[in-house]
Design a protein around this ligand. Sequence first.
Ligand code: FAD
Length: 435
Amino acid sequence: MRNLYWFRNDLRLHDHPGVLEAAQCDELLLVYLWPRQRPWCNTQGLGEQRTRFVTESLQALNAELQGVGQRLLVLQGSAELVIPDLVRDYNIHAVHTSQATGSYEQNTIATLGKRLDVPLSVHRGNTLFSKGAVASLSTTLARTFSPFRRKVEKHLTADSETPTPVRLPPPVGADFHKIPAAPCKPHLAMPIRGGADAGKRRLRQFLREDGGIREYKETRNGLDPLDGSSTLSPWLANGSLSVRTVAATITEHEKEFGANESTYWLYFELLWREFFYWRALEDGDALFRAGGRDSAVYRCTFEPRNYARWCAGDTNFPLVNALMHQLVETGWMSNRGRQIAASCLIHDLGIDWRYGAAFFEKHLIDYDVGSNYGNWQYIAGVGSDPRGGRAFNLEKQSNTYDPDGLFTAKWDGFRPKQPDYVTDAADWPISPSGI
Ligand code: FAD
């Protein structure tokens, strides 16, 4: 019997119930389809650092697979077309994959299920709790974070990890191509690489070696990676690190060194991730609507010059410029930075939040559909924020988080001031002197 496992955001072998299940066969075909960002909101394709991180994650997974007698087949194309062809060409008996959020991802699974004439099993994704456990909390998923968190903390504990396979069935004799080389190196300011080993190393470092977790609650608003916050998001987002492994390691740490506010807070942040995951699954297409799930009236504009300036980090807000340069050059931005840059686009430049979310999607090495679009909606006031949106005072944020301007200078944020508008409402140039 031959099975096919389609990897998505689960690029690991540790704690992987889907692979264990798919491995109940004589021969196994392991497949990954290269992610595509369709043209959407003036953005297309993946940024260089995001491409690098995906490539490294695949290379690392392939190396790990070779150690258990397997290989990864990496292909381009849409799952609806590619997977039925593979099933036919290689005489596959069952297809397995793991659950992913996002309406495109949901539609793909639904279409694939109809096109395949073999069984399709969707296993649990990279979440702390199973779908059934979350559904058991109440008939409707909480609309805001706090009620969700309170219920989860009272009734659920993170699921335990499954064992890592020591051997997998041999690969189906397919034409395995070499995974292409990464297009660039990591930026020196964000020297991390894709793959489960690198993710586990960072987890060990933050929870054991440098003890960063002990004061995480006070340091997590820092603007630099690997210095303050855990910086685990890149591996968590593409599933090369299991979130259940992170939760189990926090518990071990607390048993050995004692719990404090900071150790709790790391788990608390994982619950935010969890919340946005389940909300995205429930909200479907509404996650991409300007007015969100309630189709709220959302007032915004699209002023191309201001959007281009925001993307290029050339606005009249130095800290925002620095953050945008950090994003494009490293593929990462801190949580505080994301809030500031998003608030600027939405509340200072008045631009439709989805254009900002699409730009983040292109560049973030930790891009995750639920966390990205959910957080953007939150700041725009069309999602899960009980206060109806967050507008940050950019000057105050700069004074608090970069009081000496060192971060802003490091990332070349100080730019010459420019007029906000260079054309009038009828699109005529406005003369600089106002004549
Ligand atoms: P830590 O502070 O160490 O937190 C630990 C983990 O908890 C993170 O790795 C992450 O998995 C989770 N987490 C923390 N804060 C959040 C949050 N607000 N929402 C969801 N999960 C959270 N996170 C992504 O993983 N992918 C995204 O595409 C993404 N887009 C964002 C867009 C905007 C506009 C904003 C405001 C936030 C976004 N976030 C996203 C959430 C958050 O900024 C990042 O998870 C965090 O900065 C990653 O750094 P860290 O691993 O050091 O986080």
